[in-house]
Ligand binder design. Sequence first.
Ligand SMILES: NC(=O)c1ccc[n+]([C@@H]2O[C@H](COP(=O)([O-])OP(=O)(O)OC[C@H]3O[C@@H](n4cnc5c(N)ncnc54)[C@H](O)[C@@H]3O)[C@@H](O)[C@H]2O)c1
Length: 289
Amino acid sequence: MQLEGRVAVVTGGGSGIGAAMARRWLDEGMRVVIADHSPGRLDETARALDAGADLLAVRTDVSDAGQVEELARRALEHFGAIHLVCNNAGVGGEHGAAWEQSLAGWRWAIDVNLWGAIHGVRSFVPRMLAGGESGHVVNTSSLAGLRAMPYTAGYSVSKYGIVGLSEALHQELRDRGAPIGVSVLCPGPARTPILDPTRERPPGVAGPASGDDPEAAVQEQATRELIERIGAEPHEVADAVAAAVREDRFWILTHEGSLEWVAEREKSLQALAPPPPATLDTLPARRRS
Ligand SMILES: NC(=O)c1ccc[n+]([C@@H]2O[C@H](COP(=O)([O-])OP(=O)(O)OC[C@H]3O[C@@H](n4cnc5c(N)ncnc54)[C@H](O)[C@@H]3O)[C@@H](O)[C@H]2O)c1
């Protein structure tokens, strides 16, 4: 897909991988809309991107269908077309055993991560089809969407859902002969503030600051340390996304060893055996070149 002169929308564009994708699309000569529910992060990133009329920042809670619809309407009105949509906004969710995660924690992960991407597909794809130009949808899942790890069931459920959404969407657009490609981004650990303990989270979600569930706090801290130790830089993830969009490639992996890590699950499926342990120390650590 040709990128220069075209229009990209990135949800969760106020931080981390989303902000890096926005930077990348601007560098490619695109006009960019960043959307984020956090006004502070949105403003700060818009200032850092310093792209003048090529950038529009829209405060959006992606868990709210009406707000995503309004985002799509404003993006189209402002730039006249939408070619590339990155449904990327996400949260780390609550840590803890599946039966111990709070209802608020389950809802948080699924509402933002999965419903956010579903709302994005429902609001943007019809407008892209109506525009009649070539385009691309990138949905951000995770390696956790291809193999579930213990103590992050809410996150995994949301990310498995995004893989299913993307697989179906890809086939449907191909069946219709639409010039719109689909990719699903499955990063390994990336060095972003996604688990920043000082970040806002909905009432009732356990975590380091809540003191509700010490075990959840311990698990979250271990993941945070791992991200810091072996995480890819957000711009490296954005590079992988840009290459896949250009090549119209469905799967986007960011770490060497990702396929092998996922294959452990496939092997257990083939053998009708229980899933092998997928603890933090089994995760692929090296970035793909
Ligand atoms: N960092 C990692 O290790 C990692 C690994 C695999 C997948 N991912 C995925 O990558 C995506 C980006 O995460 P990141 O690591 O850059 O984290 P991040 O926290 O740096 O960025 C996520 C952004 O999403 C925004 N957001 C949260 N809830 C929102 C909502 N309701 N509406 C709109 N925006 C909202 C946040 O404000 C934040 O700016 C997420 O979907 C995440 O699950 C991250």
